[in-house]
Every structure is written in structure tokens, then in C-alpha cells.
Design a protein around this ligand. Structure first.
Ligand SMILES: Nc1ncnc2c1ncn2[C@@H]1O[C@H](COP(=O)(O)OP(=O)(O)OP(=O)(O)O)[C@@H](O)[C@H]1O
Ligand SMILES: [Mg+2]
Length: 516
């Protein structure tokens, strides 16, 4: 007999519905799975047969063929165990085939027939809904994730036996309901912990407001890592759409906490400097998201930048530019989103003390050592970093001060307002923050007052700035103006004044790695 059930797999960050076609016929006993199954799916025949037997169901020995359609796409989800088992039972007439027509199944089976959670449930259930499958059967650990999708009925199943009884009308299952309480977002690291460092905090606020990438250079212990870790606490809160996108990515990567629902906080990824190229941008025979995608809508922090391999840093150029990574494989070309703020931190030289006179330690590195240290960070990468700052050592008085610094919630308020202003201006161009402006948009949206123009011209001549710095200074100046709180509550200044340009010049990006 023939039967069809529906399961799913993931492709990039999207789900894909797989039709599991099962045919059982008299003939030499066999059990074949065709349609590009990966190892995890090929092994599923052993799990499925044993799980069915251990659920107390005896099947005749027949020639069974299982086809996973569409056949051209490689399937790697162990979540296909359950639809294969259910399809097989329908082909044998153990459950009625018509109850499978609008149902979606996804769970891994244990040899005993227990259902286990799998990754990628959220994108799969979204795909199921689009396909018109209205009943969704998942393991308990996946319920909260499946419930994020509106318009489907989610059933939690603990073992294969329950599905058989439900399909045969012998047992009723109550649809799972979303838990009403949404976890309050917890801000673990707060800017209130950081004493002093006003200039660095201001630079991070500007970076957060305009979506600018930032490089911090400073002596060991000056607080670079501490500052960077707090950046996601001042970024605007995630919208529901953004939160769903992030949750999809974490679901596919298998990084959602057990029983976790929607991701509420912006991601903060801090990969170690030994991270490989593939781990950084994603890949593998069935491509998985890399660090740049896991940081989507959040922060990618590269601490000790020169320690990363040159190849790993070079591959960042495309995702930074396109805000997406494209990975080609024989069977498909996949695109992973990677819209994030890149924060880099480094010491000025191998010993860490170059240019620091205040600490009583002087730099012991030779100019050639310093050059070798900074050479790894290529021009094209620096090109994509709008703001460069020096982070000085914190003065004792500031560290010992009892005064509480401004907290992240207050800073976030200002950042959110600045983002709204940018959105209003840039939406017609399909952009949402100043860092995304290209030269044309910049020319159309950023006017300078006469005074600002002459200041920029003077700086340009005196400091021999590059053409590249020109755009960057204006972009950063635009964000600085958007952060302003005009006394009368009106819109941010339409034209950029000399004070905006002056501050942006101070944050300009070609000071950083100069070795005099
Ligand atoms: N401004 C500050 N206010 C309060 N504590 C600080 C400040 N700066 C640094 N610290 C303390 O010093 C510790 C070291 O800071 P951090 O690790 O961020 O330095 P770093 O600049 O990243 O150093 P390295 O170059 O060695 O990586 C922090 O964990 C924190 O306890
Ligand atoms: Mg550090």
C-alpha cells in the first residue's frame, strides 16, 4: 500500500517541507530510503523499525521503499524519524492515511519509541503553515518553539504510541497552549558598572545608534572587553520580526535553551581567535550558520583582533558589506543573513604598552614587531570600520569613585530615538541605519552648514584625509546629530553643524594603527 506523510528539514535559515512517500508491497523483504538522505536520515531506518517494534506493533516483512521528496535536496534532519514511522504505519494500514494529509511531524525517535526534540523546528513549522499543514506534532522540548507560529495547532507527543492512538481516535490529545508570561528581558551587563571612560562610552553609544562598526585600541586592562560586552545592552530592543529571525537562526544552530521560546535579547557573539574560517562565516556539507549569522541583529566582538588568522579576517569582508553570506553547494545556494555591528579590540603592540606613558611601563617592542602585529589587519577590513578609538587606562580616582555611572537603559532610550530618526529618513532607500548609507544616499540626505563645510575642508587639507574618510566622517556626524536632543523637542538638526563634524573627526578611522 502507499501512504504519504509530511516532515521537514532546513535549508539555510528557512524550513522546507519534505513529503515522505512510503510504499510497501509483497516481495523480498527490504527497507530502502531514497531521495538524498544524509547519514542521520539513512540511519533512521534502524531507529524507526526498532521504535515501531518496541511500541508493540508487529509489521509483516515486505519490500518497503521510502522516498523523500523533493529528491534533489540533501536531508539531514533526524526529525524525519517520526514522519517516516507514521508514513510506514499508514502504508501498513495501522493508522488511517487520511489523517496525515494536513499534519506535520518532526521528532527524533529513540529505540523505545520516545520522541526527542530536534533543531530547526521554528522555520519548519513556519514552512508547514505556508504549505497548509495545520496540525503540528512535535516533542515536548520543541513545543514552545512551535507555538511561536500562529495559525497552527500544536500537539506535544512523548512517544510514537501516542500518535498511533490519536490517529485511530483511541486517545485524544489536547493542543498545547502558549504560556502567557513572557520572560522579562534581563540585562546582565550594564554600563553602570563601567567607571569613567566617558569617551569610549560615547563612541559605543554612537556606534549603537548608527550601526557603525568600531575598533578599540588600548593597553591591557583598560576595559575594552568590559565595554564591548555591554554594547548589546544599549542597542534598540528587538522587534517581533527581528526576534523571530534570530530565533530561527538559533533554532537551526541548535542553540536555543531547552524549552526556550522567542529570543528576546540581541545576540552577542565573541568567537575565540582560534575560530576557523568556516566557523566564522558558516558552511559544512549541509551548511550551518557561522558566527557572523549567529550575531545577526546583534554584535560580533573580535577580541584580540591581531591574533585571528588573516584568512579568518579576510572572509569577514563580504558579510560586512552585503549583510549576508552566500554559500554555494552542488545542490543549492544558500544565503544566511549577517547584519551585525562588528566591534574589535586590540592592544597597540605585542607587549600592549605602546603609546602609554601614564602607567609607568614602557613599550619594549621594536617598530618592526609592531608593524608585524598590526599588518594582519588589512586595509579593506579597516575600511569597513567607521569608528576607531583609543581606550586609555582608567584613573584611580574614577575607579575608586562611589558615583554610579549612567545605566544602559538610559543610554538605550537615546539610541532608540536616534534609530527612529534614521529610519524615517532612510526607509525610502530600504536602509535602517546611517552606517548603511552609500555615497549617493549620503549626498542626498546629509547637508552640511557652510561652517561645517569649511571645517571639514580644513581638516581634509591639514590632516591629509583620504576620500574614504570623507564619507565616514559625514556618516558618523549624521549619527551624532541624530543623537542630539534639541531643546524644543523638534526633529534632529537637518544640516550637520561644525560641532558634529568636529566630534566625528575625533572618531575618524585612520588614526588607529599608525606607527610613527
Ligand atoms: N572603567 C572601568 N570601571 C570599572 N572596572 C573596570 C574598568 N576598566 C576595567 N575594569 C576592570 O578591569 C578588568 C579588566 O578589563 P578588561 O578585561 O575589559 O580589559 P581589556 O582592555 O580587555 O584588557 P586586555 O587588553 O588585556 O584584553 C575588568 O574586568 C574590570 O573588572
Ligand atoms: Mg580584553
Amino acid at each position: 500500500m502507499f501512504a504519504r506523510s509530511f516532515g521537514g528539514t532546513t535549508m539555510g535559515v528557512d524550513g522546507l517541507i519534505i513529503a515522505v512517500e512510503v510504499d510497501s508491497a509483497a516481495g523480498l523483504p527490504a527497507f530502502d530510503i531514497v531521495g538524498l538522505p544524509d547519514t542521520a536520515v539513512r540511519e533512521s531506518k534502524e531507529r524507526v523499525r526498532t521504535a515501531i517494534r518496541n511500541s508493540g506493533i508487529q509489521l509483516r516483512q515486505e519490500k518497503v521503499t521510502i522516498n523523500l521528496a523533493p529528491a534533489g535536496i540533501r536531508k539531514d534532519s533526524p526529525g524525519l524519524d517520526l514522519p517516516i514511522a507514521v508514513g510506514l504505519l499508514a502504508a501498513y494500514g495501522v493508522v488511517p492515511a487520511d489523517c496525515l494529509q494536513t499534519s506535520f511531524f518532526a521528532a527524533e525517535l529513540s529505540l523505545e519509541g520516545e520522541c526527542r526534540p530536534v533543531r530547526g523546528i521554528l522555520p519548519m513549522v513556519i514552512a508547514a503553515r505556508e504549505k497548509g499543514l495545520t496540525s503540528v506534532f512535535v516533542a515536548r522540548g520543541n513545543a514552545n518553539e512551535a507555538l511561536l507560529v500562529e495559525g497552527v495547532t500544536v500537539y506535544v507527543i512523548d512517544c510514537l504510541h501516542e500518535v498511533v492512538q490519536f490517529c485511530n481516535g483511541q486517545e485524544s490529545l489536547t493542543p498545547a497552549v502558549p504560556s502567557m508570561e513572557e520572560a522579562a528581558p534581563v540585562l546582565r551587563d550594564d554600563f553602570a558598572d563601567v567607571q569613567g571612560q566617558f569617551q569610549a562610552k560615547r563612541a559605543l553609544e554612537i556606534a549603537a545608534a548608527g550601526g557603525h562598526n568600531l575598533l578599540m585600541i588600548g593597553v591591557p586592562g583598560s576595559g575594552k572587553t568590559m565595554l564591548a560586552r555591554r554594547l548589546s545592552s544599549i542597542l534598540p530592543r528587538l522587534s517581533r520580526e527581528e526576534a523571530l529571525e534570530v530565533t530561527k537562526i538559533y533554532s537551526i544552530a541548535g542553540l536555543l535553551p531547552q524549552g526556550g521560546g522567542l529570543v528576546q535579547e540581541r545576540p552577542f557573539r565573541s568567537p575565540h581567535h582560534t575560530t576557523s574560517m568556516v566557523a566564522m562565516i558558516g558552511g559544512g556539507s549541509v551548511p550551518r550558520p557561522g558566527e557572523v549569522t549567529l550575531a545577526h541583529h546583534g554584535v560580533l566582538f573580535l577580541d584580540e583582533l591581531p591574533e585571528f588568522s588573516k584568512a579568518t579576517l579576510e572572509v569577514l569582508r563580504q558579510p560586512l558589506e552585503d549583510r549576508a553570506v552566500t554559500i554555494s553547494r552542488i545542490h543549492a545556494t544558500l544565503t544566511f543573513p549577517s547584519s551585525m555591528i562588528l566591534i574589535c579590540a586590540m592592544n597597540p603592540c605585542p607587549c600592549g604598552y605602546y603609546g602609554d606613558e601614564s602607567g609607568g611601563r614602557s613599550c619594549e617592542c621594536s617598530p618592526s614587531e609592531i608593524r608585524r602585529y598590526t599588518r594582519k589587519i588589512s586595509g579593506p577590513l579597516l575600511d569597513r570600520i567607521d569608528i576607531h578609538i583609543r581606550v586609555p587606562r582608567v584613573a584611580y580616582q574614577e575607579l575608586a569613585s562611589k558615583r554610579r555611572a549612567e545605566d544602559s537603559a538610559t543610554i538605550r532610550g537615546r539610541v532608540e530615538r536616534a534609530r527612529q530618526r534614521q529610519l524615517a529618513r532612510l526607509q525610502p532607500y530600504g536602509r535602517f541605519c546611517n552606517a548603511q548609507m552609500n555615497h549617493t544616499i549620503l549626498r542626498e540626505t546629509c547637508q552640511l552648514t557652510g561652517e561645517a563645510q569649511s571645517l571639514l575642508e580644513m581638516a581634509f587639507r591639514r590632516m591629509s584625509l583620504s576620500a574614504r574618510s570623507y564619507d565616514r566622517i559625514i556618516k558618523v556626524a549624521r549619527t551624532i546629530a541624530d543623537l542630539e536632543n534639541p531643546e524644543d523637542g523638534a526633529e534632529a538638526a537637518a544640516a550637520l553643524g561644525p560641532q558634529h563634524i568636529a566630534e566625528a573627526i575625533g572618531l575618524r578611522s585612520d588614526i588607529g594603527l599608525a606607527v610613527e
